[in-house]
Each structure stands twice: as C-alpha cells, then as structure tokens.
Design a protein around this ligand. Structure first.
Ligand code: ADP
Ligand code: ASP
Ligand code: MG
Length: 410
C-alpha cells in the first residue's frame, strides 16, 4: 500500500514527539507500505514567525512572508528525516520545489495547480520514506508560496491524490472528527465516519480539524481521509463518500466561527442595481461575503447587512463608507462582536422542523439571532460572540448529540 501521513503541529512539537512519530512511520514501513510523510511546523512556530514580520511592518510584503513562514515546516522535515535515518530507516526530505508542488502566485493563500509525482516516486522506488513539508509550494516562476493557515492538510491530500495513494492519514491532537469541537463541548462524540459533503460544511463553518481545501481535494479525487490522534491508538474518523451505514441523525455536527465581522449599510435607496453596486465594490477588492440580510424597505430606504472574514473587516468597512457616499446611503456600521453558530447534517434533507428547533433552542437561552443563512445541509445563525460556546453546547444537546458519559469521567 501507499500511504500519505500528515502530522500536525502538536505532533511534531519537540524532538521527543518527532521520535515517537518516527517509530510509527517505521512500523508502517516494516509492514511493507510505501510512506510519504507531510509535516507541519512545530506548534506555535508559524504564529511566532508571523509576529516577527508584523513587528517590523503591519502589512509585510507577502512574497517575503511566504519565504519566512515556510521555514517552520522545512525545519521539521529535516529533523524527521534525520531522526528516521538515525533509527536506520532510509528517508529523504523533499521541499515544495523539489517535490514539485506547483501553485499559483497568490502568496499566503496559494492554490495547488499540479504536482509532478516523478521525483517522489523515484525516491519511494529506492525504498525511502519521503518527508515533505506541508503548507508550502512553488509557483511557475520558482517563488516559494504557502497554502493558507492549516494548509498542511491540503498538501497531504493533494499528494495522496497525485500519487494515487490508498489512504491519507491526518494525525492531530484529537482522535478524530467530533460532533463539535471537543475543546469547547465536553459532551462531543467522535464520529466513526463522516461524508465529504458534511465535512466540507463543518470545515468551512469553523471546524479547523481539517482545512476546507483538503476536503475539497479529497472529494474531487475520492481520497479517503482517516483522522487520528498521534498520541493514542484508536480507530479515528473516516472521511469518505456518503455510505448507507452512516448515522442518520437530523444533525451530524455543530460548529462555530468567531472570525467574521458584521457590516451594516443603513438607509440604502431601495431600487434595482443598488445591491449589485455595493457587492461589486467588495468583489473588486477580492473580498468574499458570507451571510447577507436585507431588511424590509420603509420609505424606499432599506438596510443591508453582511458578514466578511475578520481579516477583511477594516478594508470592507472603508470600501462601504465610500460606496455609501456614492449611492446616497445614510451610514455604515461595523460589529466585531459576532459569532456564527451552525448545525450541519445530511439528515436535514429528510427531517422537517430542524430550523425552528434551532431557533427555539437559542431563544430559550436568551440568545438573539442577528442573521440567518441556510443551505440544503446546514443552518447558520449570527449571534453575539459572547454566546458562541453556550450556543454550541445548547444545540449539541437539543439535537441529541451529547455523549452519555459525564464530563469528569473523561
Ligand atoms: P493540527 O495542528 O494537527 O493541524 P489543528 O489545531 O489544526 O491541528 O486541528 C485540531 C483541532 O481542531 C482540535 O484540537 C480541535 O480543538 C479542533 N476542532 C474544531 N472542531 C472540531 C471537531 N468537530 N472535531 C475535532 N476537532 C475539532
Ligand atoms: N504551519 C501552518 C499553520 O500553522 C500550516 C499547518 O500547520 O497546517 O497554519
Ligand atoms: Mg491544522
């Protein structure tokens, strides 16, 4: 078998942990598998490097940021290859440009366009473990690029797809994908399996256990992903095509996201073309809009509210102030204290009343809903940020997801 394994930041946080994962890799080799290993930077390292750059300039040059932050993964790749060789397992590290992981040139959020598998295959054929730094690629001009935060997951799945691997294992600090973030909901349960579709929604709505692009790749190329803990032995969670024996509750998981801000443009003239004008100003600036709400018009004036990623908040606000002036709107407000809580599940397709159950549960806790958005398999509500974790726990319980054991017994 050919297996791609990815180890996250906490799994490679120090030489002792690197030694532990080396043992795991050697075990797979001894079972006659070919192994490609993708590593993250040591936990906290990418933040440390970014802070260094930001201490010099609030808006550092993005090409140079990628040169800087890609080093975290490079350090771990070398350390792991050294460790494996010390333990008599032949290994070689191949950086992004050597493994030929080619991306576009959108520094700090590059997308993989193709991977030339020949270099890796020729090393595997020599009987070596190939260690590849996650998160980094190279553009057509030879510049180093990075794939966005959490991007090592995407490196791993993309490699698994390109190499036609039998399995992609993602080793992290939790032993699988849970019904909610186990760090904020102690009654969360591990799922044995989850469909690509649900995992895509969970990842895009805040479950950072897998980067969303990794799930997109997996779904497109039908790569099975097994999410496991590098600290304990367990079955993990298989992310795969929808299968019939999957649990079919109304809701599979609850997520929340604190990384958005809400912008309201007030007193907007209610006439054709205005929304197009507002939102094209944002799309021209490459800003992605999430939830949109337009209020009922009074006196031919309406309010338009939308959310964008926190990172784009200030820029979006400035653009809206200019646009508001141009279209004769009365004002623009920004609210940073919001959270988006979501429920996700294929089961929603066949259950009625899921939305009203969600809204009533939030109301019972005195949580006001500021905006709503839905798709076939998810419902999201924008609420005040201080209620985010309470909302997750409330919905987790109401939709019957709570584990039966008592938290203290964990
Ligand atoms: P790594 O460094 O290994 O890539 P991450 O920190 O990126 O790890 O992702 C693992 C974290 O994802 C967990 O510690 C957990 O807090 C968080 N998480 C959020 N939602 C979920 C979920 N539904 N299931 C499991 N983990 C989740
Ligand atoms: N080191 C990068 C990050 O912290 C990539 C990753 O760990 O997946 O975002
Ligand atoms: Mg991660």
């Amino acid at each position: 078998m050919l297996i791609v394994q990815k180890y996250g930041g906490t799994s490679v946080a120090d030489p002792e942990r690197i030694k532990n994962i080396a043992k795991r890799i050697i075990k797979y080799r001894e079972e006659d598998n070919d192994v490609v290993v993708v590593v993250s930077a040591m936990a906290g390292e990418t933040d440390r490097l970014l802070n260094l750059a930001h201490s010099i300039n609030k808006f550092p040059d993005e090409r140079e940021v990628d040169v800087l932050i890609s080093t975290g993964e490079q350090v771990v790749s070398a350390l792991l290859a050294i460790t494996l060789k010390t333990m008599f397992c032949d290994a070689v590290s191949l950086l992004g440009h050597q493994a030929k992981i080619v991306t576009d040139s959108s520094f700090t959020k590059a997308r993989i366009s193709h991977i030339d598998k020949n270099q890796i295959m020729s090393e595997l054929n020599k009987g070596r473990v190939v260690v590849v730094p996650g998160f980094q690629g190279v553009d057509e001009k030879g510049n180093i690029t990075t794939l966005g935060r959490g991007g090592s997951d995407t490196s791993a799945v993309a490699l698994a797809a390109a190499l036609d691997a039998d399995l992609c294992e993602i080793y992290t600090d939790v032993d699988g994908v849970y019904t909610a973030d186990p760090n904020i909901c102690d009654r969360a349960r591990r799922l044995d399996k989850i469909s690509y579709e649900e995992m895509l929604e969970m990842a895009s709505l805040g479950a950072k256990v897998l980067q969303i692009r990794s799930v997109e790749f997996a779904a497109r190329y039908n790569v099975p992903i097994l999410v496991k803990s590098s600290f304990t032995d367990g079955e993990g969670t298989l992310v795969c095509k929808e299968v019939l024996d999957m649990e079919r509750m109304e809701v599979t998981g609850v997520t929340y996201n604190k990384n958005e801000v809400k912008i309201t443009v007030a007193g907007v003239p209610d006439k054709p073309g205005i929304a197009a004008q507002l939102f094209s100003a944002l799309s021209d600036a490459n800003i992605v809009i999430d939830v949109i709400v337009q209020n009922i018009s009074h006196d031919n004036l309406t309010d338009i509210t939308f959310t964008v990623a926190k990172a784009d908040g200030k820029k979006a606000f400035k653009i809206m102030e200019e646009t508001a002036l141009a279209i004769g709107a009365s004002g623009v407000a920004i609210d940073e204290n919001i959270a988006k809580v979501s429920i996700v599940g294929l089961g929603m397709r066949s259950h009625a009343g899921v939305a009203s159950k969600m809204f009533s549960a939030l109301a019972k806790e005195g949580i006001n809903i500021e905006a709503i958005t839905t798709s076939e398999i998810k419902i999201s509500c924008v609420i005040e940020s201080k209620y985010g974790e309470l909302a997750v726990r409330t919905l987790h319980k109401v939709f019957g997801l709570d584990a039966e054991y008592v938290a203290e017994e964990k």
